[in-house]
Design a protein around this ligand. Structure first.
Ligand code: ADP
Ligand code: ASP
Ligand code: MG
Length: 411
C-alpha cells in the first residue's frame, strides 16, 4: 500500500465541474489501492477577491483578521470536494488546517509550519477514507488562524507528505509539469521530465510561481518525492524533482530554465559619504521595517561619495522611499529616488558550474536587443539581471532561444 498526497491548485478546482473532475481522479487513485490525502487551494480568483474585499475595509488590513478572511477560500473547496467524492461512492472527510492541526508560528499572512498532528489523518486512512485538507492555512499555538503566504497550498501538501512519510507528493496544476520557462510567455518552452532540486529551488526563489519556494525547501529537507502534473489532461508523468541520488536521470544543460519576477522595485541612494558603516545605515533602516532587500550595488561616486542601489518588493516601494526620505539627513544622501517599473530576469542551470561564458552570452544577447541592464547578481548556478519591465517578454524569449532551451540537450 502506498500513500500519496495530491494537491490541486485554484484552476483545477475553479468550478463545480472541475471539482467533480478532481473527485474522479482522486477516486481512481483510491480504487487503485493507494491511501490518498488531498490538499486543495481556494477556487481560482477567490483569494484575490478576498484580498480586495479586505482592502476595501482597511488600506493595510489587520494581519490576524486578514488570515481569518483568507482562510475561508480553502474551507469552501474542501467541503465541496469531500461532497463530490461521497457522491461517487468514495468515503471522504474534509479538514481545515486547524482541525488537523497544522501548527504554525504566529507570523500572520506568511506563517511557517512547525508541526503537523497526523493522528486524525492516520485514523481516517486506516478506515479507508480519503482525507481532504485545506491548503494555505494553519493555526498558531494560541489558536489563531494563520496563512502561509500566496501559493502556500504547495507548501501544505509537501509538509503533509513529509509528516506522513508519503511515497509521493503530486502537485496537480494547469500545466503538465515544470517548463524551461513560463509557457504562457514563451510558447516554445519545453516541459522537463526531471529538474534538480537545486535548480527548482532557484527558479522558485527567482519568481517562477509553479511551486512556492517553501514547498521546494521542505521537499529538500525531508527528501519528499515531488512531482508536478496536469489536472486538466490525462496521462503523462509530469516533472519529477530529483535529488543527488537520482543523478543518473538528470539532464545536464548549461542553462535549464529562465525565471522572471515583476515584483521588483529599484531604489537609488546617491551621493552618500563613502565611509565605513554607510551600507548598514541605509539597509539597516529598511531591514528594521521588515522589508526584504534583494539585489544590491554600491558604486564609487564623485568626490569621496558613493552611490547605492538596491531592490525591494514592489509593494514595499513607497514605504521604502518614505523610510529613506526620513533618514536622508542622517545618512547624508544627496538624492533618493527609484523606479517601480523594473523586473528581474534570471537564467538557472547546474551546468553553469562547468560551462564558462554563460553570463557573457546573456549580456551580449540582451545588448543586441537594445535592452539595458541596470543591475546584475550571480550565484554558482544562476545569473539575474534587472531590466525595464517593458522588456520582460522580449528578454525571456531571446534568452530562451540563445540557450536553445526548446531543444533536448545532447550528452
Ligand atoms: P496553481 O493554482 O495550480 O497553484 P499556479 O498558477 O500557482 O497554479 O502555478 C502554475 C502556473 O505557473 C502556470 O500556469 C504557469 O503560467 C506558471 N509558471 C511559471 N513558470 C513556470 C515554469 N517554469 N513551468 C511551468 N509553469 C510555470
Ligand atoms: N489560495 C492561495 C493563493 O491563491 C493559496 C494557493 O493557491 O496555493 O495564494
Ligand atoms: Mg500555485
Amino acid at each position: 500500500m502506498t500513500l500519496i498526497v495530491q494537491k490541486y491548485g485554484g484552476t483545477s478546482v475553479g468550478s463545480a465541474e472541475r471539482i467533480k473532475n478532481v473527485a474522479r481522479r482522486v477516486a481512481r487513485a483510491h480504487q487503485n489501492g493507494h491511501d490518498v490525502v488531498v490538499v486543495v487551494s481556494a477556487m481560482s480568483g477567490e483569494t484575490n477577491r478576498l484580498v480586495a474585499l479586505a482592502q476595501e475595509i482597511q488600506d493595510y488590513p489587520d494581519p490576524r483578521e486578514m488570515d481569518a478572511v483568507l482562510a475561508t477560500g480553502e474551507q469552501v473547496t474542501i467541503g465541496l470536494l469531500a461532497m463530490a467524492l461521497k457522491s461517487i461512492g468514495v468515503a471522504a472527510r474534509s479538514y481545515t488546517g486547524w482541525q488537523v492541526a497544522i501548527q504554525t508560528d504566529n507570523a500572520h499572512t506568511k506563517a511557517r509550519i512547525h508541526h503537523i498532528d497526523d493522528a486524525a489523518i492516520r485514523a481516517d486512512l486506516a478506515a479507508h477514507r480519503v482525507v481532504v485538507i485545506a491548503g494555505f492555512q494553519g493555526v498558531d499555538n494560541e489558536g489563531n488562524i494563520t496563512t502561509l503566504g500566496r501559493g502556500g497550498s504547495d507548501t501544505s501538501a509537501v509538509a503533509l507528505a513529509a509528516a506522513l512519510k508519503a511515497d509521493e507528493c503530486q502537485i496537480y496544476t494547469d500545466v503538465d509539469g515544470v517548463y524551461t520557462t513560463d509557457p504562457r510567455v514563451v510558447p516554445e518552452a519545453r516541459r522537463l521530465n526531471t529538474i534538480s532540486f537545486e535548480e527548482m529551488l532557484e527558479l522558485a526563489s527567482l519568481g517562477s510561481k509553479v511551486l512556492q519556494i517553501r514547498s521546494v525547501e521542505f521537499a529538500g529537507k525531508y527528501k519528499v518525492r515531488l512531482r508536478v502534473l496536469s489536472s486538466l489532461e490525462e496521462g503523462g508523468n509530469g516533472t519529477l524533482i530529483t535529488f543527488e541520488e537520482d543523478k543518473h536521470m538528470m539532464e545536464e544543460a548549461a542553462v535549464s530554465g529562465i525565471a522572471f519576477d515583476k515584483n521588483q522595485a529599484r531604489i537609488n541612494v546617491r551621493g552618500v559619504p563613502d565611509k565605513p558603516g554607510i551600507a548598514f545605515q541605509i539597509l539597516g533602516a529598511v531591514a528594521e521595517a521588515n522589508i526584504e532587500v534583494d539585489m544590491i550595488i554600491q558604486n564609487v561616486g564623485a568626490e569621496g561619495t558613493t552611490d547605492f542601489s538596491f531592490t525591494v518588493p514592489r509593494s514595499e516601494y513607497q514605504s521604502t522611499l518614505d523610510i529613506l526620505h526620513k533618514a536622508q539627513k542622517n545618512i547624508g544622501a544627496r538624492e533618493i529616488c527609484g523606479d517601480d517599473t523594473v523586473c528581474k530576469v534570471s537564467i538557472v542551470g547546474m551546468g553553469m558550474r562547468s560551462h564558462v561564458g554563460i553570463a557573457s552570452t546573456m549580456f551580449r544577447t540582451l545588448a543586441e536587443e537594445g535592452i539595458n541592464i541596470q543591475m546584475i547578481s550571480t550565484s554558482e548556478i544562476k545569473v539575474s539581471v534587472l531590466i525595464d519591465e517593458k522588456y520582460l517578454e522580449l528578454a525571456t524569449r531571446v534568452l530562451h532561444r540563445v540557450f536553445e532551451l526548446d531543444k533536448v540537450p545532447q550528452h
